[in-house]
Design a binder for this molecule. Structure first.
Ligand SMILES: Nc1ncnc2c1ncn2[C@@H]1O[C@H](COP(=O)(O)OP(=O)(O)O)[C@@H](O)[C@H]1O
Ligand SMILES: [Mg+2]
Length: 349
C-alpha cells in the first residue's frame, strides 16, 4: 500500500447548507509526516473528524490504511491514534489508569498491557508521573500522557491536533524528537499546526486548506520555491507594465526594482579593503554594505538563477575566505499568507 490516506472529493456539509469541507482530493504517503495548515475555520478539524470516523462525510470518499471510513470504521479506528487539541483524558484518573482504560478499549491482553504502557511512558518521559491524576499535570505533561494513551494499541497512523501549542521550548523540542522517532519507527503522522517553523522542520508534505478547499499541496521546499517563482513573475510583469507608462515616477520604479533584489549576507574571515573594493566592482552585486566583524550585506538579482553562484565565485577569486552565507528565501509563512489570501479574494469576486 502506497498511501496511508486517500481522499476523493471528500465533502462535509453541515446542517444541510454550510459546506465546511469542499471536495478535497489528496494523498498522504505511507510512513510520511504530513502537515495540515489553514486559518481558523478552514475545515481542518472537520477533515480530521471524517478521517478518524467521528463524523460521516456528506459525499465523496476517504480511505485510511486502505479501509473506507464509511464502510469499515472499526478497521480504521484500530489503525489510528488521535491526540486531540483538548486533552480528553479523565482528570480524576491517574496517567496509568487512563492508559489502561485505552488499552482495555482496544482489547490489549492484560498480561502485556502494563509493560507496554510503561515502555511508552519511558519513551515520552512521563513515567515519573504515572500515579499522578491527570487534573494535576502541567500542559506538557498532559500532552505526553495523551500521547501514551493514543499509542497504546500501536496505531500505524497518528493524528496530532496542535500538539505543541502552549508548551515551553524544551518540552516542544522533546515532542518534536518524539514525532521524528515515531516516524522513523514507521508511523504515519498527520500534524495540524499553526506553527510554521514546526511544520517546515518536521513535515515531508504540507497541505494548506482554506474555506474548505485544498489550496496548496507540496513538500515545504516545493511550496517555497513555487512562491519565489510566482513572486518573480509578478514583479517582472509589473516592471514591464511600468516601463510602458512614462508618467510613473522614478522613485516608484526604483521601489519596485528593489523588490526584485534578494538579500545575501556573508561573513568573511578576511574582509579587508582590497577584497571589498574588488567585489564592489562585481556586476553581480547590486549593492553592498559592510558591517562590523567581517559581515557584508549584499543585494543581488533575484531573477538570475546564477547570481548566488557568481557572487561566491567573485568573492573567492578576490581572495575572500567565506565563513558563512545566508540568503533570504521565502518562508512557509509567506506561502501560507499568500495562498490563503488569494482564495479569499477569489471568493469575494
Ligand atoms: N458541528 C458543526 N455544525 C455546523 N458548522 C460547523 C460544525 N463544526 C464546524 N463547523 C463550521 O465549519 C467550518 C470549519 O470548521 P473546522 O473544521 O472546525 O475548522 P478548523 O479546524 O480549520 O479551524 C467553520 O466555519 C465552523 O464554524
Ligand atoms: Mg480545528
Amino acid at each position: 500500500m502506497k498511501n496511508a490516506i486517500e481522499t476523493h472529493n471528500l465533502t462535509k456539509v453541515y446542517n444541510n447548507n454550510f459546506t465546511a469541507v469542499n471536495s478535497l482530493n489528496f494523498e498522504i504517503p505511507n510512513k510520511s509526516i504530513f502537515g495540515m495548515l489553514g486559518p481558523n475555520g478552514a475545515g481542518k478539524t472537520t477533515t480530521i473528524k471524517m478521517l478518524t470516523c467521528l463524523i460521516q462525510p456528506t459525499s465523496g470518499k476517504a480511505t485510511v490504511g486502505g479501509y473506507d471510513v464509511t464502510k469499515n470504521p472499526d478497521e480504521v479506528r484500530n489503525l489510528l491514534g488521535m491526540v486531540p487539541q483538548q486533552v480528553s483524558l479523565y482528570k480524576d484518573l491517574t496517567v496509568m489508569e487512563n492508559s489502561q482504560l485505552c488499552a482495555d478499549y482496544y482489547g490489549i491482553p492484560k498480561d502485556e498491557r502494563d509493560s507496554r504502557i510503561e515502555d511508552l511512558m519511558e519513551l515520552v518521559d512521563i513515567k515519573y508521573a504515572k500515579d499522578k491524576r491527570v487534573g494535576q499535570l502541567s500542559g506538557g505533561q498532559k500532552q505526553k500522557a495523551s500521547l501514551v494513551a493514543s499509542l497504546v494499541h500501536r496505531p500505524d497512523i497518528l493524528f496530532l491536533d496542535e500538539p505543541t501549542i502552549g508548551l515551553d521550548p524544551t518540552t516542544k523540542r522533546t515532542l518534536w524528537d518524539l514525532i521524528r522517532d515515531l516516524n522513523d519507527e514507521g508511523h504515519t503522522i498527520i500534524l495540524c499546526s499553526h506553527d510554521m517553523h514546526e511544520v517546515d522542520m518536521l513535515c515531508d508534505y504540507v497541505g494548506i486548506i482554506n474555506t474548505g478547499n485544498l489550496v496548496a499541496y507540496d513538500t515545504p521546499q516545493g511550496l517555497k520555491d513555487a512562491l519565489s517563482e510566482s513572486n518573480r513573475n509578478e514583479i517582472s510583469q509589473t516592471l514591464s507594465q511600468i516601463s510602458d507608462e512614462n508618467e510613473v515616477s522614478s522613485s516608484t520604479k526604483e521601489n519596485i526594482e528593489n523588490l526584485s533584489l534578494r538579500k545575501m549576507s556573508l561573513l568573511l574571515k578576511n574582509s579587508d579593503d582590497s577584497i571589498i573594493n574588488s567585489i564592489k566592482n562585481s556586476s553581480n552585486i547590486k549593492s553592498i554594505e559592510v558591517a562590523h566583524n567581517g559581515r557584508i550585506n549584499l543585494r543581488i538579482d533575484s531573477f538570475d538563477d546564477m547570481a548566488v553562484h557568481n557572487v561566491i565565485n567573485d568573492i573567492i577569486s578576490s581572495g575572500g575566505i567565506i565563513k558563512s552565507i545566508y540568503t533570504e528565501e521565502p518562508s512557509l509563512e509567506d506561502v501560507f499568507i499568500k495562498s490563503t489570501s488569494e482564495v479569499n479574494e477569489d471568493d469575494r469576486a
